[in-house]
Every structure is written in C-alpha cells, then in structure tokens.
Design a protein around this ligand. Structure first.
Ligand code: EPU
Length: 439
C-alpha cells in the first residue's frame, strides 16, 4: 500500500478535544536563533513535525548539539562548537524547507561565511529570496550565487543598516532581526511584518540580550550588541493548526475544543468564523469551536499581513464557504498562486471560480499580473467523495476537512505533506472520531 495515501470516510461530525503545540512558523526560527548565543538554549512546546527535524539537522551539521525530548516537546541546543558544514551535508536539505535562508546572518556572525542550499517550501507562488539577499548585502555581506545554492561571506563583519521593505515580508523581517542583533551599530527596519510569530521571535532575542524596539507604522529598531546568551522559552501555539480544527468543526457540524489555542492570536479569524456561522467559547486553556445553528453564511474576505486575515487560514475557510448560502468572495493578496487546492474541491462538487482581478477589495500587487488570485465560491453544494492530490501543506488539511464532510470515501494522495506542519495528525483525527485509513 502507498503510505502517502489516506482514505477518509465522510459524513461524521468531528467531536472531542485536540491540543496544539508550538507554531510551525515560529519554532524553527527560534531554533536558528540559538546559533547566536554563547551559551545553550532550551525551547519548550516544540511539535514533532518535519520542519523541526530539518532545522535540527541543519543545526547539528553546523556543530550545534541538539537534544530532543518529544514527550515534553523540549529541545536543548548547545552552540559551543559551531563550525562550517560540508556543502554535501547542507545540500541534503535543498528543496526541503524555507528555513535555511534564515541561517545566513547567524552563520556570518559566527563563522564569517555561510552556504545556503536551494530552498523548498510549498508551491504557492514564485517565492523569491531577493529581499533576503538585498538585506544581507546591505549589512555588508558578499553574496555569490552558485549552481546549487548561495555562498555568503562577510570579510569585514556586518554593520547595522537601513532596510525598507516594499512588502511586509515575514521571512525578510526575520532575516533582518537575526542579522541585526549582533551587527555593529543600529539597524532600522521600515515596512516590517509584525505577525505574532515575529513578536515571539523578538521575545526570544530579547531574552538572549538583544535590544529591539517595535515602533509605530511597522518600524523596528535594533541596537546591535557585542554578544548574546542562550535562552529558555516556550513557543507560542500554532494559530494556523487551531484554525484548521475550528473549520473542521464548522464544516462537519461537530464540536472541537482546541487546547492551547489563544484568543489574542486569533482575533481576526474568530470574527470571520462568527460571521460565517461558527460559535466559540474561550476556555482557560484553549478555545472550543462549534456551529452556531444550522446554516452557514457567505462572506467577502481578503487575506493580508497581520493584523489582517492570514493567508494560511484561507484554505479551510474556503471549504466552509462551499457549505454557506450564497456567493462568497475571497481575495488572496499575500501569495499569487494560493488557490491550487480549489481544483480538488471542484472535483468534489464545490462551485469555485477563479479570477485574475482583485475582487471585493482594494487592488493588490497581483492585480495587473494575470494571476488567478480571487475566488468566487457559490454554495451550498453537497460535497461528494473523490480521488484527490494534495498540492501544498495548508491546502492539504483543507482537503481532509472537505473529505470528512463529503458523502462516501475519498482517497487523498500526497498526505505525507501534512507531516511537514501538523504533528500527530492521525492520532488527533482518530481522537475526534474520524474514520480514515492510512498505513
Ligand atoms: N517575497 C518576495 N521576496 C522575498 C521574500 C518574499 O517577493 O525575498 C514575497 C513572497 O513571494 C510573498 C510575500 O512576499 O508574495 C510574503 O512572503 P513572506 O516572506 O511574508 O513569507 P515567508 O516568510 O516565506 C512565512 C510562512 C508562510 C506564510 C507567510 C505569510 C514560514 C516558514 N512560512 O513565509 O507559511 O504563509 O510567512 O504569513 O514561516 C505555511 O506555513 O504553509 C506557509 C506558507
């Protein structure tokens, strides 16, 4: 049997409790930060996902001693013997994740050079690294593109700089932070992303001894210091996974308590969840999600940078909108090609049309570029089982949600993509009463 296949029998509401641990989009970055310290670091609430394995391995091949206790979700990292890694060992990770690019600043500070393999990540757009390389150059790094990656050096060290981002990129903001904290002098970043995961990374760096102030209008100011220590930190919970379980409750007519989910990180999601017809109770350690009454309502939605509606929340909500009365409009403004997952939903009976125009909101940077980045969803349409292929991590969870609500048994290929970002996925589904088979 193909281990990358999951068969899901739909038509049963998901009921019960699941727990989310540390955010996939914070944990690997906090682990990278450990490279900057002179003493060991400990990160708690770390989920068992593939991206964490990739970063652990990248740290190990650079001489960091990484110890992992899955039960407690604790990772200890000792950077006492940081050293250059062999290109062949680094290249094993080519195409596996976006994280390697964030090792640049810390490695340049520690070793004066860094080699970064070609990056991976989900196929949801071009995913260029021009901001990252421009930022590193402005700190004084020399950047040489090689056939299988990028070679960087900083012969005369890294100096604080002025960075102005034309778009508030999460990765470029993290690149600036991880490089500026040990650069000589002051760095001012304008147009910064301010996602909660970035603020949690700032908290980690502050614990290490960094001086970072977040000012109004997306300005972050970093005063470089001479050295940093290790940190002890508990990673913020994964608000993307929490939103997926919320949507699973809504779409299947179930009732799911998500332990660990935090209201302040999910305010924008919760507003839309309520408008669509979801209800929630904020508990002392989590949020319980369910349907307010029978029917779901259509909405107009635009994704955006924080504090807007996350692009990573869009996919499960689109599945919910296939069950809502009337026409919904979804305008994706963060990634130019993030509607690939809707093809499978159409094969399950959903009515979703894609458009190159900026529908229902302000024009975005993709409007003039002919990308199909707006969707009109008309509902409600009953979903029926189908054989489908997962195109990307977030699209994948939304396919599982659709299959859980569909009549019949769906066959989902490429399910291993889910393991990149969601831990104990099978166990959680089983605990909620889902019927599925996966070897
Ligand atoms: N961009 C550029 N040039 C760059 C970098 C980004 O043009 O050098 C563009 C991108 O093409 C995109 C936009 O800027 O259109 C935003 O990208 P950003 O840099 O903010 O994204 P990222 O840091 O690569 C992280 C998450 C994504 C999440 C986005 C937005 C990680 C590992 N990834 O990506 O998460 O969607 O921020 O919040 O943190 C996922 O978890 O499945 C995922 C894709």
């Amino acid at each position: 049997m193909d281990i990358n296949v999951m068969r899901v029998e739909g038509g049963r509401p998901l009921m019960g409790e699941v727990a989310v641990r540390g955010a996939k989009n914070l944990v690997p970055k906090a682990m990278v930060a450990s490279l900057l310290g002179q003493t060991p670091s400990v990160l708690a609430n770390v989920p068992a996902i593939r991206d964490v394995e990739v970063v652990s391995d990248l740290l190990r091949i650079h001489g960091v001693a990484v110890e992992w206790d899955d039960d407690g979700g604790l990772v200890a990292m000792d950077p006492a013997n940081v050293d250059a890694a062999r290109v062949a060992d680094i290249s094993v990770h080519a195409g596996s994740s976006r994280i390697p690019i964030l090792l640049c600043g810390p490695l340049l500070h520690r070793l004066g050079k860094a080699f970064i393999p070609s990056l991976g990540g989900c196929a949801i757009g071009g995913r260029p690294i021009n901001y990252h390389l421009d930022i590193l150059r402005s700190f004084g790094a020399e950047v040489a593109k090689e056939p299988d990656g990028v070679l960087l050096s900083a012969p005369s060290g890294l100096r604080g700089t002025q960075v102005v981002l034309e778009y508030p990129s999460v990765g470029a903001t993290e690149q600036t932070l991880l490089t500026a904290v040990l650069a000589e002098g002051i760095t001012e970043l304008r147009g910064a992303a301010v996602e909660p995961e970035i603020m949690d990374l700032v908290a980690v760096l502050q614990k290490m001894g960094a001086i970072i102030s977040t000012e109004t209008d997306r300005v972050i100011r970093i005063e470089g210091v001479e050295s940093l220590t290790g940190f002890t930190h508990t990673a913020m919970p994964d608000r993307i996974e929490a939103a997926n379980w919320a949507a699973a409750a809504l779409v299947t007519g179930g009732d799911i308590a998500v332990a660990g989910a935090r209201q302040p990180d999910m305010m924008t999601f919760l507003n839309y969840f309520r408008k669509i017809g979801g209800a929630f109770d904020v508990l002392s350690d989590g949020i319980r999600f369910f349907r307010a009454n029978g029917k779901l309502a259509s909405i107009a939605l635009e994704t955006g940078v924080h504090p807007g509606f996350m692009t990573d929340w869009q996919q499960p909500v689109v599945v919910a909108l296939t069950q809502a009365e009337g026409l919904s409009i979804v305008h994706e403004t963060v990634y130019e090609q993030r509607f690939g997952f809707t093809e499978a939903l159409r094969s399950m009976g959903a009515r979703i049309q894609l458009y190159p125009n900026c529908l229902g909101g302000l024009p975005c940077r993709f409007g003039a570029m002919n990308y199909l980045h707006s969707a009109v969803v008309s509902g409600p349409t009953p979903l029926r089982a189908a054989e489908i292929e997962i195109p990307d991590l977030r699209g994948g969870f939304s396919h599982v949600i659709a299959a859980l609500a569909a009549q019949g048994t769906s066959t989902i290929h490429g399910i291993d993509l889910i393991d990149r970002g969601y831990e104990h996925f099978n166990d959680k589904l089983a605990a909620l009463g889902a019927r599925f088979w996966r070897d």
